[in-house]
Design a binder for this molecule. Structure first.
Ligand code: HAM
Length: 440
């Protein structure tokens, strides 16, 4: 029916839509703006795999709030980063400044320091799964609300910890059947060695400034190392002769880097050294890595991470806390899995569907399914009191392997019909034997 009053809310055409760059996860998969969004069952399966692999590494789950103080993210991620300068969903209430977390590393470090998790001793191996928010221009693989899983090893300066975070991500991908990805790695040295490199880079790029894009020219002033991350072919060509950071890093960082690479190689990981890999967040020191998928197009990075030994002090710790971690996009992982033809289970059929005809049968069904469910049986029935044909159609749609057909007359006679939907065979079963028959 057409809606005649344009100025009033038209309930027929649902005026509300989800915000661009966000999406609903429905029980069945859907298409949204060209992207195939997995259904809730597939998300649960992905989360189960992540948890399983994380537990193998001794990591324990941490859940931090979606809302964090803006200052934490600004100081943690860095004022000059794109995330903080352009992409935060930030707002104020009274004197408090809030942000919808754009990432989880700074919040996890906040929680570690706030709850003095150091007192538990050893290295805290923490993992998380949850939503993040960035006001980026939405496109395939890039959303405004997206989901990350990740892990942070806090209190760890051993290069094996760096290698383990890479392995964790890889193990999760392999467990899901994804094998086509590349691991790029670099060392960006410590805070003392980086200014020497920055200076050399600026010296190299300044004479080329008029050939750089506007954004790179701005970065030449504010954050020259980010120019290395350019996607422009022309700028990449200009960078071919640029100084390389690993020639400038301190001896300890170099030894650390060599050890991380040796550990990864020792367990058969193919790594690609990328001297231009710098990452878009300011907290990194030494190790930086990214895992890319060749099937993802422009947003090809599945996961990124590295060491961030200075973050704790940046967010208020009185002493340094060495740490390393990674985070991975879950939507991009679904896109990569789907391109590789790997699917996660999208549906779990009920064990039994009851087709009930008549009032007494409907009453009996209500109590019987309640009893079966408490024995772990997935039992459903039609709530609309429809015809037998419609109820059978529903049982078919739900892919129930067995259907119980019960009418008032059958109940009085003390039995019901049980139909095997695959063979089509139908048998009469006494009421007191139905549960055993379902479980059979
Ligand atoms: P990041 O590189 O900003 O690192 O994000 C990690 C991953 O999240 C990316 O590789 C990508 O898969 C996914 N991702 C990021 N932004 C979006 C978006 N707008 N839409 C869809 N997916 C996105 C971090 O967040 C660091 N906290 C990683 C880390 C953990 N470093 C140390 N520990």
């Amino acid at each position: 029916m057409p809606c005649r009053k344009p100025k009033t809310i038209c309930l027929m055409s649902n005026p509300f839509r989800n915000i661009t760059g966000t999406f609903d996860v429905l029980p069945d998969p859907q298409s949204s703006g060209g992207d195939a969004i997995a259904g809730s069952r597939a998300w649960q399966e992905l989360e189960a795999v992540i948890r399983r692999v994380m537990h193998r590494y001794g990591a324990r789950e941490i859940r931090t709030p979606i809302l964090e103080p803006t200052e934490l993210i600004a100081r943690g991620v860095g004022q000059l980063t794109d995330i903080v300068s352009k992409e935060m969903f930030a707002f104020e209430r009274g004197d408090t400044h809030y942000v919808l977390r754009p990432e989880v590393t700074a919040p996890v470090m906040r929680a570690y320091l706030q709850h003095n998790l150091e007192q538990l001793g050893g290295v805290q191996r923490l993992f998380y799964i949850g939503p993040c928010f960035r006001a980026e221009r939405p496109q395939k693989g890039r959303y405004r609300q997206f989901h990350q899983f990740g892990a942070e090893f806090i209190g760890a300066d051993d290069p094996r910890a760096d290698a383990e975070t890479v392995l964790m991500a890889i193990d999760i991908y392999r467990e899901l059947g994804l094998t086509d990805f590349t691991v790029r790695i670099n060392s960006i040295g410590d805070a003392a060695s980086r200014p020497r490199y920055r200076e050399a880079l600026v010296e190299f790029l300044t004479p080329l400034a008029d050939q750089l894009s506007d954004i790179s020219r701005q970065r030449l002033e504010s954050n020259p190392m980010r120019i290395l991350d350019t996607k422009s072919e022309k700028e990449r060509a200009l960078l071919l002769g640029a100084p390389i950071i690993t020639d400038y890093i301190d001896d300890e960082s170099r030894a650390h880097y060599e050890a991380v690479k040796a550990h990864l190689t020792a367990v058969g990981v193919d790594i690609e050294e990328d001297p231009f890999l710098v990452r878009g967040l300011d907290y990194y020191t030494r190790t930086a890595f990214e895992i890319d998928s060749p099937v993802l197009g422009a947003q090809s990075t599945l996961a990124g991470g590295g060491r961030y030994d200075l973050l704790a002090e940046d967010v208020g710790s009185k002493k340094p806390v060495p740490a390393v971690g990674f985070a991975a996009g879950m939507e991009r992982l679904f896109l990569a899995l789907s391109a590789a033809g790997t699917t996660l289970p999208e549906y779990e059929a009920p064990d039994i569907f009851v087709v009930a005809l008549g009032d007494a049968a409907a009453e009996w069904t209500f109590s019987a399914v309640h009893d079966w469910r408490s024995s772990g049986i997935r039992a459903v029935y039609d709530l609309k009191g429809r015809s037998m044909k419609a109820q059978m159609r529903e049982a078919n749609r739900q892919q129930a392997p067995k259907v119980i057909i019960v009418g008032d007359a059958e109940l009085e006679a003390g039995h019901v019909a049980v139909k095997d939907m695959e063979s089509g065979e139908q048998v009469m079963v006494p009421l007191d034997q139905i549960k055993a028959c379902i479980l059979d």
